[in-house]
Design a binder for this molecule. Structure first.
Ligand code: THU
Length: 132
């Protein structure tokens, strides 16, 4: 991916974050996942009063892509408010690892600075089925 493609994916993640439903945390997150054939699916975090049902931005973007039949992914941009980079939570990292083991995670802050890590760097011992 070149810098232009990375910045475009970040812009899509930032745009998605504007739709966050985050009345409880007040923390907006947006994600944009790029498929190997060049399609993009976005997601934002969605919270409701039953806090156990929180949907993370990354998971929603991944599920939207999977539900449209996309199975191969290149990168996901995650944009969150603040100066820090927001990594996917442990649950989302596990999911991303399972469905896209070669995925690049582009994390962007409010200033649109970004850092890129592989999913295996974020979750080095992801669970996988082991031989008996
Ligand atoms: N959140 C995400 O959407 N993605 C992450 O990577 C971390 C956390 C959301 C979940 C919740 O709505 C809010 O951020 C605060 O935890």
């Amino acid at each position: 991916m070149d810098d232009k493609q990375i910045k475009l994916l970040i812009e899509k993640a930032i745009a998605a974050s504007q739709n966050a439903v985050c009345d409880f945390s007040g923390f907006r997150v947006g994600a944009a996942i790029l498929t190997k054939d060049g399609r993009t699916f976005t997601g934002c975090n969605i919270e409701n009063i039953s806090l156990t049902m929180v949907m993370c931005a990354e998971r929603l973007a991944l599920y939207k892509a999977l539900s449209e039949g996309c199975k191969e992914f290149t990168a996901i941009a995650v944009a969150a408010e603040g100066q820090d980079f927001c990594p996917p939570c442990g649950s989302c990292s596990q999911l991303l690892f399972e469905f896209a083991p070669d995925l690049k995670i582009i994390m962007a802050n409010s200033k649109k600075d970004y850092t890129i890590k592989k999913i295996e760097e974020l979750l080095p011992m992801a669970f996988r089925f082991l031989k008996k």
